[in-house]
Ligand binder design. Structure first.
Ligand SMILES: Nc1ncnc2c1ncn2[C@@H]1O[C@H](COP(=O)(O)OP(=O)(O)OP(=O)(O)O)[C@@H](O)[C@H]1O
Ligand SMILES: [Mg+2]
Length: 491
C-alpha cells in the first residue's frame, strides 16, 4: 500500500512543510476518530485535473467502522463528493445532509478543512477530513458520549483553525494514552467538568478519595503525588491543561500517564482534555526486563572472564612443559577455551536470544589463523553471511568451526581456506574447504579416534541435531559440510 508521503508527492501539489503537518495530524488523529465514534478519511486535492485522492484513513476504537475496505489511494472526481468540495471552497466545516444509506447502514457525513498555521504568513488549506459516523448502533447518548462528541467538535474546529495538531510537540515514543484509557475534560480554570469511569479509577488508585468532578486537577494531582522531591513542573502544566504535553505521575505504587490537549477555539482557551492511562504494570514489567537483561549480561561477562583465566593458566603450564606433545595438547586446549570465550563476550554485549554470528565467526576465523599456524601463508576467509542465529546454536557452532579451521591449517597446509555459508531458510549449510594435502589414505570419519573431529561430531550431530560430512575435495584438498536445522527465526 502506498504511504502518505508517496501519495502526496506523486499526486498533489503540497510541499514539504504541508506534508509534515499532515504527518503530525495523522499521527494524532486517532483521538478525533475515537471522540467522534467515527471513521476519518483524509482527502487531498489532486494535481491538475481537480478532484480528490484519499491519502490516509483511521477507524475509531470506540465504535463500529463504516469502511471495512481500505480507501487509501482511491480517487473521487470533482462533484462526486459535494461535501468535500463545499468544505474546501467555503473553508468551513460542513454538516448538512441526511444520513447516507448507500453502504446499507445509515452514515452521517461531515467534512473538516485542514488548515496549516504559517508563522507570519497566510494560512494554507491542505486537505479535507471526511468524518463518517455509522449511526446504526447509535445509543441513547450518555454523559460520556455527549462529552466525547462535544470534545470532538472542539477538536474539529481546531483542525479547521490550524490549531491541531500541535506543532512542536515532541514525538512520543511510548504509546500515548487513548480516549478509551481514560478521559477528563477541564474547564478554563483547570477544573474537572467530566471524568470517564476509567479516568476516575486511575485517580482512585493514585489515592484520591474525594470527588474528581469540580476539583482543580492540577492541585489535586500535586497533592496526591506530594513528595520531598521538588514538584514536577510538567505535572502542574499538564494537569492544569495549559499546554500540549505529556507527563507521568506516581503515587502509592501506581503510575499514571497524563496527556493534556488544550482546547483553543475561536481564538480563546475554552478548557482542555486530559487523557489518562494507568501504566503501572507496563512500567513494572519494563523495570523487571531491564534488570533481567543486565543480570544475564553480567553472567556472560563473568563466564568470559573465567574462561580467559582458565586459558591463561593453561598457557602458563604449557610454557613450562618440556614434552612437545604435552605442550601442544595444552595449547590446543587454550584455543578451544578461547573460542568459547569469544561467544560469551558477544553474548555479554547482546543478551538477547539471538546473536549476530558473522561477528563471532570472523573472530573465530581470525583467531584460528593467528594462533594455530603463524607460519602458514594463508588467511582463512568467510564467504556469505550467517546472519542472526539463536545463541543456543552459537557456542557449539563456534567451537566446531575452530576445530575444522585448525585441522585444515594443521594437516592440509593449504593455499586457500574458506568458510562458505550457503543460504537456506530452514537449515544452516556451512562448507569449510581447503586446497591442501587432502585426507590421509583410508580416512574414515566413523573410525577416527582423534579428538578434534570427535568434538565436531558430538557438537553437530549431538547438540545441534545436524549432519556432518568430511570428504576429499574435487581438485585436491578437503571439504567439510555441516547442515544444521534452524528453529524459526526471530519474530
Ligand atoms: N582439512 C584436513 N586436511 C587434511 N587432513 C585432515 C583435515 N581434517 C582432518 N584431517 C585428518 O583427519 C585426522 C583427524 O582429525 P582430528 O581433528 O580428529 O584430529 P587431529 O587434528 O589429528 O588432532 P586434534 O584435533 O585432536 O588435535 C587428522 O589427523 C588428519 O589426518
Ligand atoms: Mg584437529
Amino acid at each position: 500500500m502506498p504511504t502518505l508521503s508517496d501519495l502526496v508527492v506523486r499526486h498533489t501539489a503540497l510541499d514539504e512543510d504541508d506534508l509534515d503537518w499532515l504527518h503530525s495530524l495523522v499521527s494524532d488523529w486517532q483521538l478525533l476518530a475515537d471522540l467522534s465514534f467515527a471513521d476519518l478519511i483524509l482527502w487531498a486535492p489532486l494535481l491538475g485535473e481537480g478532484g480528490w485522492i484519499a491519502i490516509a484513513q483511521m477507524r475509531p476504537t470506540t465504535g463500529p467502522t463504516v469502511y471495512h475496505d481500505d480507501i487509501v489511494g482511491s480517487v473521487a472526481a470533482k462533484g462526486e463528493r459535494p461535501l468535500i468540495d463545499t468544505a474546501w471552497n467555503e473553508r468551513r466545516i460542513c454538516r448538512e445532509g441526511d444520513p447516507d444509506w448507500s453502504t446499507g447502514v445509515p452514515v452521517r457525513e461531515e467534512t473538516i478543512p485542514v488548515r496549516r498555521a504559517v508563522p507570519d504568513g497566510e494560512a494554507r488549506f491542505l486537505a479535507i477530513i471526511q468524518r463518517s459516523t455509522n449511526l446504526s448502533s447509535a445509543r441513547t447518548p450518555s454523559r460520556l458520549e455527549l462529552t466525547y462528541l462535544q470534545s470532538a467538535s472542539d477538536l474539529a474546529q481546531m483542525v479547521a483553525e490550524g490549531r491541531f495538531p500541535f506543532s512542536g510537540e515532541e514525538p512520543i515514543l511510548v504509546r500515548s494514552p487513548r480516549v478509551g484509557d481514560g478521559l477528563l475534560r477541564l474547564d478554563r480554570a483547570g477544573r474537572v467538568t467530566y471524568a470517564s469511569p476509567n479516568a476516575l479509577s486511575a485517580y482512585r488508585r493514585l489515592g484520591l478519595h474525594a470527588d474528581l468532578v469540580g476539583a482543580e486537577l492540577g492541585r489535586v494531582t500535586a497533592t496526591l503525588c506530594y513528595s520531598d522531591e521538588p514538584i514536577n513542573e510538567d505535572l502542574m502544566i499538564v494537569a492544569s491543561g495549559r499546554a500540549a504535553k505529556e507527563t507521568e505521575v506516581e503515587s502509592g505504587g501506581t503510575i499514571v500517564q497524563l496527556r493534556a490537549i488544550p482546547l483553543i477555539v475561536g481564538g480563546g482557551r475554552i478548557g482542555a482534555l486530559v487523557l489518562i492511562r494507568d501504566v503501572t504494570e507496563l512500567r513494572r514489567r519494563e523495570r523487571e526486563l531491564m534488570t533481567k537483561d543486565a543480570t544475564i549480561r553480567e553472567i556472560h561477562h563473568r563466564v568470559k572472564n573465567n574462561l580467559q583465566t582458565v586459558a591463561a593458566l593453561l598457557r602458563l603450564q604449557a610454557r613450562r612443559l618440556q614434552v612437545p606433545e604435552g605442550r601442544e595438547a595444552l595449547e590446543e586446549a587454550v584455543r578451544r577455551v578461547g573460542s568459547i570465550a569469544i561467544v560469551h563476550e558477544t553474548l555479554s554485549h547482546a543478551p538477547e536470544e539471538f546473536v549476530d554470528f558473522d561477528d563471532i565467526a570472523d573472530r573465530v576465523i581470525a583467531m584460528a589463523g593467528e594462533v594455530s599456524a603463524p607460519e602458514a601463508a594463508v588467511t582463512p576467509r568467510r564467504v556469505g553471511g550467517f546472519g542472526v542465529l539463536p545463541s543456543l546454536i552459537a557456542t557449539p557452532l563456534a567451537m566446531a568451526l575452530t576445530e575444522l579451521l585448525q585441522n585444515a591449517l594443521q594437516h592440509g597446509r593449504p593455499r586457500r581456506l574458506q568458510v562458505v555459508v550457503e543460504p537456506g531458510a530452514e537449515r544452516l549449510n556451512v562448507l569449510v574447504w581447503d586446497d591442501g594435502q587432502g585426507l590421509p589414505e583410508g580416512f574414515d570419519l566413523d573410525s577416527s579416534t582423534s579428538l578434534g573431529l570427535q568434538i565436531v561430531r558430538t557438537l553437530v550431530e549431538g547438540e545441534l541435531s545436524g549432519r556432518l560430512a568430511v570428504e576429499p575435495r574435487e581438485g585436491g584438498g578437503t571439504e567439510v559440510r555441516l547442515s544444521i536445522p534452524l528453529p524459526s527465526g526471530p519474530a
